[in-house]
Design a protein around this ligand. Structure first.
Ligand SMILES: [Zn+2]
Length: 254
């Protein structure tokens, strides 16, 4: 695989970063990223990963665009009302960068279909808005042994981390008692903008094999007082998904 003349020009400003270079750009071109959801978070992570020249992006969402999405879901515009989000997103992303293979799947993410939806993905980017879906992504990440870039937003605040089954705690270690919120969560557009930008950055760093990722660090963002804080995460040896006694169970699936 090589970079075309157009790609050399398109990615010039990132190729000249010493830790990326042409070698890093080729790694991006060879990579396959799974984005679960094409809402507020997914719009932003998909945009930056497409712009950066990730080779293939697999995006899954079942919903259609409605007016209530437009304050934050920047891949969907007023003319898109009623269209399936995955097609609205694909159209914009291909206009941005036709070199990227954008594969879209109009589907619900379920325990039974997640492994087939993932296909040959090397990284899972979380752009969901519900706990059940995140549990499914987390199990798939542990089962497949691929990193899971978690992100969540609420109002003017959000959080983000990288779960990597070989090295870090998993979603279940950190949020064992998380439950579904029944009320609708308010969100202002810049919050997913910030959190998903960090997810895209972390995804790129993981693909490039760079140090300094959010592994075992949960980063909190508060837009109310405009600060970032972080807490250290530790694997729970008793975790129902990644704990020792479950390793055998997962082996059977791999
Ligand atoms: Zn765990």
């Amino acid at each position: 695989m090589y970079l075309t003349e157009e790609e050399q020009k398109r990615y010039r400003r990132q190729i000249i970063i010493p830790s990326i270079g042409e070698e890093g750009q080729l790694k991006l071109k060879k990579s396959v990223v799974f984005i679960a959801g094409v809402g507020g978070l997914g719009s932003v992570s998909a945009y930056y990963l497409t712009a950066a020249g990730v080779g293939k992006i697999i995006m899954v969402d079942r919903d259609s665009v409605d007016f209530g999405n437009l304050n934050r879901q920047i891949l969907h515009w007023t003319d898109d009302i009623g269209k399936k989000k995955v097609y609205s997103a694909k159209e914009k992303l291909l206009k941005l960068n036709p070199n990227v293979n954008i594969e879209v799947l109009e589907a619900d993410i379920r325990q039974e279909n997640i492994i087939s939806l993932l296909g040959d993905s090397q990284i899972i980017v979380d752009a969901l808005d519900n706990i059940e879906g995140r549990r499914i992504l987390n199990k798939a990440s542990v089962e497949r042994g691929i990193p899971y870039v978690f992100g969540g937003v609420d109002g003017l605040s959000g959080m983000v981390t990288v779960f990597d089954p070989s090295e870090t705690a998993c979603f279940e270690c950190v949020f064992p008692r998380a439950f579904r919120k029944t009320e609708e969560i308010g969100v202002i557009g810049p919050t997913p903008g910030i959190i998903a930008s960090i997810q895209a950055m972390e995804t790129i760093k993981i693909i490039l094999g760079m140090e300094g990722t959010l592994k075992n660090r949960l980063l909190f963002f508060s837009g109310l007082d405009m600060n970032f804080r972080e807490i250290k995460l530790e694997k729970n040896p008793e975790c129902g998904v990644c704990g020792k006694r479950w390793e055998k169970k997962w082996e059977r699936y791999t």
